[in-house]
Ligand binder design. Structure first.
Ligand code: NAP
Length: 282
């Protein structure tokens, strides 16, 4: 049996069209969603990500601003910039591109963002609300995973979800979202002994590790839904955390890399910004 593909690009396109339509409708009430991305320094990968986000914003009709700050920017200067953006009513979403230069404490910066404008969902207030089950800004990547599974009609209730990776950006919020969807959730990490003994129990396996092809076919339960969040740049090109070619012969559903989770992340950023703009009027 060859697994069916979870086509993230297609799902993301549908979400983008929906956001564009709603943005057009908001014109009648004089509201134009605005996202400001703050980039400190000139990390080449960050520049690529920021460029993709800006392009996506423009395409759906948002006001999109990029603040490029020099790598020598101090933490105080950055906090001042964020304070100004917090007070600007035309800015509904603020995204500080990570990683920041080492001198700057990312926690201090993320905590300075108004939680209502925290479209990345990294502020402790949003993290706490997610854990408590209170509506909030949810991190884009795990939110995108849930949206993709739902759009394919994959029933999550009662499924044993095994998540490999416990980062604040992906693994942990993923666990809370799946718990809220009535999954039984197991979280694995680098100190988990015999990883395969856990992954083989998964009805839904989410790999968010950053290790090329860590998940091999023998680690996957036949018929499982396999979601590959990993993005690993090898000399031969981009690969995920899942050995795609082998795993697709065992799994029921699988995401490709690229074209799986990645496009959903940007689509969810657009949706979060739209939500922040609408809530700003309440
Ligand atoms: P991260 O912060 O480095 O976290 C990696 C997690 O994997 C950690 O919890 C780590 O465990 C665990 N881990 C490392 N080696 C392991 C092993 N051998 N066995 C089991 N667990 C292991 O990474 P992240 O930010 O979550 O990102 C994960 C991957 O997703 C990366 O490839 C990243 O590029 C990609 N990503 C993609 C998107 C997208 O839009 N598609 C968005 C975000 C991230 P410890 O906690 O014990 O160290």
């Amino acid at each position: 049996m060859t697994a069916r593909l979870l086509d993230g690009k297609k799902v993301a396109q549908g979400i983008r069209e929906d956001v564009a339509k709603k943005t057009e409708e908001l014109k009648s009430v004089g509201l134009k969603p605005g996202l400001t991305v703050v980039l400190v320094g000139d990390d080449p990968a960050s520049k690529v990500y920021v460029g993709q986000k800006e392009k996506a914003c423009r395409e759906v009709g948002f006001k999109s601003d990029l603040l490029e700050l020099s790598g020598a920017t101090t933490q105080e200067e950055l906090l001042e910039v964020i304070g100004r953006l917090n007070g600007d009513p035309s800015v509904h979403g603020i995204l500080v591109q990570l990683p920041l230069p080492r001198r700057i404490d990312p926690d201090a910066v993320l905590e300075a963002i108004d939680p209502a404008k925290d479209v990345d969902g990294f502020h402790p207030v949003n993290v706490g609300h997610l854990v408590a089950g209170i509506p909030c800004m949810v991190p884009c990547t795990p939110l995108g995973v849930v949206r993709m599974l739902e759009s394919y009609g994959i029933d999550l209730a009662g499924k044993h979800a095994v998540i490999v990776g416990r980062s604040a950006i992906v693994g942990k919020p993923m666990a809370h979202l799946l718990l809220a969807k009535d999954c039984t959730v197991t979280i694995c990490h680098s100190r988990t002994p015999d990883l395969a003994s856990f992954t083989r129990q998964a009805d839904l396996l989410v790999a968010a590790v950053g290790r090329p092809r860590l998940i091999t076919a023998d680690m996957v339960k036949p018929g499982a839904v396999v979601v590959d969040v990993g993005i690993n740049r090898l000399e031969t090109g981009l690969v995920g955390d899942v050995d795609f070619e082998a795993v697709r012969e065992v799994a029921g559903w699988v995401t490709p890399v690229p074209g799986g989770v990645g496009p959903l992340t940007i689509a969810m950023l657009l949706e979060n910004t739209l939500t922040a703009a609408i809530r700003s009027r309440r």
